[in-house]
Design a protein around this ligand. Sequence first.
Ligand code: TMP
Length: 211
Amino acid sequence: METGKFITVEGIEGVGKSTNIEHLTKAIEARGHTVLTTREPGGTPMAERIRELLLHHGDEPMPDVAELLLMFAARSLHVNNVIVPALASGTWVICDRFVDASRAYQGGGRGLPMEDIDQIASLVLGDLKPDVTILLDASVEVGMSRADKRSAADRIESERAAFFERVRACYLSLAASEPERFVVVDATADIEAVRGDIDSIVAAIDSNKLD
Ligand code: TMP
């Protein structure tokens, strides 16, 4: 049986990941594929418990390294217990954030060394890699103003604009360094244009032009 495709969706807060992931899921299903939509940190019962630890404003400080390791602990559960079995059974997996979020947030945002992150990534992921990563890109100003309109900010969303500028810059540089895996979509374009971009990406992946 053919293995499923692994698609990850990335971007700073407020770029419209949820809405666009819904559209992406429907577009893939419309082509006759089975799709599993999941998210990080989280995606398994235990990983969702780690998510709570990561995102809630706790009563003790969270060292950057602890944050990184918890992200990867959750990812290890998610990869082994959900993502790899799904792909092996032919299901396409769409993941709302994955390893590039650790590079962008813990590397770019927090300033942890990228070599250390890559070493942990190699330990946790082995040779698993997304086939395609969609980076929804918008300025920090636009992203933050959209995110502000939603519910109260969690621990990471409470960071200042300068943090998200570093995260965005890191995402864009990751995209530039791996153009064969990343597709950058202008998330500030109107919703129909963004959907059109997503439809073209799905068509390209389905015909094996993008992976
Ligand atoms: P979200 O589900 O609203 O995207 O929230 C997840 C938060 O966790 C978001 O602020 C990004 C952050 N995050 C990291 O810092 N590193 C990671 O590896 C992942 C997956 C998420």
